[in-house]
Write a new protein. Structure first.
Length: 51
């Protein structure tokens, strides 16, 4: 179990590092990404006006 947990920890570190790199790259396109994220949130959370 310890060996498996260590492997997963290393994998998680790699994934976290990759996510950080992706975030840094996306910071340039933040103005384009934010509106898209807000649209998704609005769709997931229907407002009282729409309901």
């Amino acid at each position: 179990m310890d060996k498996n947990s260590k492997l997963t920890d290393e994998e998680l570190n790699k994934v976290n590092g990759g996510m950080k790199i992706v975030v840094i790259k996306d910071m340039k396109n933040l103005s384009k990404i934010l509106p898209f994220l807000f649209r998704i949130k609005k769709k997931e959370q229907p407002s009282n006006k729409e309901g």
